[in-house]
Design a protein around this ligand. Structure first.
Ligand SMILES: Cc1ncc(COP(=O)(O)O)c(C=O)c1O
Length: 295
């Protein structure tokens, strides 16, 4: 494994872990790419998740919402927030060399605790990953690699299997809630609603709205968030710091290419409204009214 990874700088801060926790790595360069031994990362402001291996001359762009990790010499899709989403008729997680899923409780398909899954259609990677998740070998007392203890707990698997039956229904409901927000909040000056598949350059994509994220312009995001909180509506910021501003990349430990001003701007403008499949119409209206009363 090893190679070079590149990704959007406005993303989940797990990216540095995934870049640096490279077990069998040859050289690790990163964009957010890291050579742990040299303590140096290279950050780019690309809009799409990309990951390339040493043998690939050019990055392969993947226009997905998620970001890449550092597994293997291909594209690693980050499906943590996108379980059940599709692109050009293909389920996310079946497009890249690997798909990395999170079953953290708040996710579209979430367990009662931590868990995750990696998908692949590459036999070699499959073999390697199955070893890594069980301490690094087929024979656990004589391992081939330095691995993890990363088995999915049986209790979590039971919960996930029970919830799995409802994932399509729940994702449909998330899309319905997003539609209600889109209708209720359109036309407000200073509020930018999320792109919909029909308004987005990514036609043929099917969104599963893990988050419904809006942008509040003109430096008013924090006041907006306080306004909603005063009205009893909680919101979250995903993500308050772009990668290049994380402490881990400070002190000259990163190189950025370009100003990355768009990710800096996004960090100051984005805010995610409540979205959850079991939300009732009245609750959606309540949130919409609270939002409207700010503008
Ligand atoms: C986009 C994204 N990628 C990766 C992760 C990490 O998932 P986990 O905490 O299960 O490792 C998260 C978690 O919130 C996420 O939102």
């Amino acid at each position: 494994m090893g190679g070079r990874s590149q990704g959007n700088s406005n993303t989940y801060n797990g990216i540095p872990q995934r870049v640096t926790l490279n077990h069998t790595g040859s050289t690790q360069r990163a964009g957010a790419c890291g050579d742990r031994t040299r303590g140096e990362y290279r950050l780019t402001g690309l809009g799409a998740g990309r990951l390339v291996g040493d043998l690939e001359p050019e990055p392969r762009a993947l226009g997905l919402q998620g970001q890449p990790g550092a597994l293997g010499g291909g594209v690693a899709e980050d499906i943590a927030q996108a379980f059940g989403g599709t692109w050009k008729g293909k389920k996310l997680g079946s497009i890249g060399s690997t798909g990395c899923f999170s079953f953290f409780p708040s996710k579209n398909l979430g367990g009662f605790g931590d868990g995750g899954m990696v998908s692949t259609n590459d036999d070699q990677l499959n073999d390697l990953m199955r070893m890594l998740l069980k301490h690094g070998g087929k024979d656990k007392y004589n391992v081939d690699h330095i691995g993890y203890n990363a088995r999915l707990d049986t209790l979590q698997a039971a919960v996930l299997l029970a919830k799995f039956k409802y994932i399509d229904e729940f994702n449909d409901r998330r899309r319905k809630i997003a539609e209600l927000y889109n209708d209720g909040l359109k036309g407000l000056e200073g509020l930018v609603l999320p792109l919909t598949p029909s308004s987005s350059p990514l036609t043929d994509s099917c969104h599963v709205y893990h988050q419904y994220t809006v942008r509040v312009l003109n430096g008013k995001r924090d006041a907006f968030q306080k306004h909603l909180s005063d009205k009893g509506v909680s919101t979250m910021i995903y993500y308050p710091f772009p990668l290049h501003r994380l402490k881990v990349f400070g002190d000259g430990r990163s190189k950025t290419f370009g100003s990355l001003e768009l990710s800096g701007k996004a960090a100051l403008e984005v805010v995610s409204l409540p979205i959850e499949p079991l939300m009732k119409e009245g609750e959606i209206l309540f949130v919409s009214d609270a939002v409207k009363s700010f503008f």
